[in-house]
Design a protein around this ligand. Structure first.
Ligand SMILES: Nc1ncnc2c1ncn2[C@@H]1O[C@H](COP(=O)(O)OP(=O)(O)O)[C@@H](O)[C@H]1O
Ligand SMILES: [Mg+2]
Length: 260
């Protein structure tokens, strides 16, 4: 197992229990989708894994390391191996595409080298190579804010890959994209998993995307895992359990897709 969560809980303030006793594990190379309605706890869950948010309770083991028990230096080592992809890309708009990608190397540098933007020739070559793989070879020196949403997300993926991660955490990476751009991003993530052997843990709102791309689906409702299994075994009743009152709308979406 690459990742194991045991009894992970997260409470915000006095009243909001965002996660309750989350238990699951992820194998090396697996493509796992986390689905569920808005407010289910998907983002909280993903962010607890690299401690962008501190879990209130439980245990997280990543690549043999105790994440929640790690000190600052140990956490830095763990975070090198975990790339993060965001819904809103989190690029630095005034910097070029390649500079944004190179930011993925900051976890390997001293603060001063990072501030001065000192990168080795190999790191620059690697950045160009990743941009080529992602179909951005013509955008390398453009400012990030001149790109389309789909292109920005591909820069985000290149920035994560240049870390040489073992796992990518993707928090609704296609939620701001049109269907064409979404398909390009999902196809890239799938091939990163299959061809590079990088583990993918991805939050998705849309069940039909999760069904198409995942090795396994974890359904979350009100901070609890209510489904953990193969996409093939996900029944309509289980979709109901995961989405609760949102389900009518989702089933209609699915019907439309299949009819078209
Ligand atoms: N920083 C925060 N402070 C207080 N409550 C929060 C915070 N972030 C999220 N929540 C609450 O925790 C629950 C889970 O939120 P979130 O993890 O964002 O769900 P999802 O990503 O599935 O939409 C929601 O009830 C949300 O309002
Ligand atoms: Mg979210």
């Amino acid at each position: 197992m690459l990742l194991e969560l045991r009894q992970v809980s997260k409470q915000y303030g006095m009243n909001t229990k965002a996660l309750s006793d989350i238990d699951f594990s992820v194998k090396e190379g697996e493509f796992v989708s986390i689905i569920g309605p808005s407010g289910a706890g998907k983002s909280t869950l993903l962010r607890c894994i690299n401690r962008m948010i501190e879990a209130s309770n439980g245990e997280i083991i990543f690549d043999g390391a105790n994440v929640l028990g790690s000190n600052k230096k140990e956490l830095k080592m763990i975070r090198r191996k975990i790339g993060m992809i965001f819904q809103h890309y989190n690029l630095v708009n005034r910097l070029s595409v390649i500079e944004n990608v190179l930011h993925g190397r900051l976890g390997y540098k001293s603060t001063i080298a990072g501030v001065l933007g000192l990168y080795q020739e190999e790191e620059k070559e690697q950045a160009v190579k990743l941009l080529q793989i992602l179909g951005l070879e013509d955008q390398i020196y453009k400012r990030a804010d001149q790109l389309s949403g789909g292109q920005k997300q591909r820069v985000g993926i290149a920035r994560a890959l240049i870390q040489s991660p073992k796992m990518l955490l993707c928090d609704e990476p296609i939620a701001s994209l049109d269907p064409n751009a979404s398909k390009i991003i999902m196809d890239h993530l799938r091939s990163i998993s299959t061809k590079m052997g990088i583990t993918i843990l991805i939050n998705l709102h849309q069940v039909e995307v999760a069904l198409k791309y995942s090795d396994r689906i974890i359904g979350v409702n009100q901070g609890r895992v209510v489904y953990n299994g193969s996409p093939d075994d996900l029944t309509e009743e289980q979709i109901h359990n995961i989405y609760g009152s949102e389900v009518g709308e989702l089933i209609l979406d699915l019907g439309g897709k299949h009819a078209g």
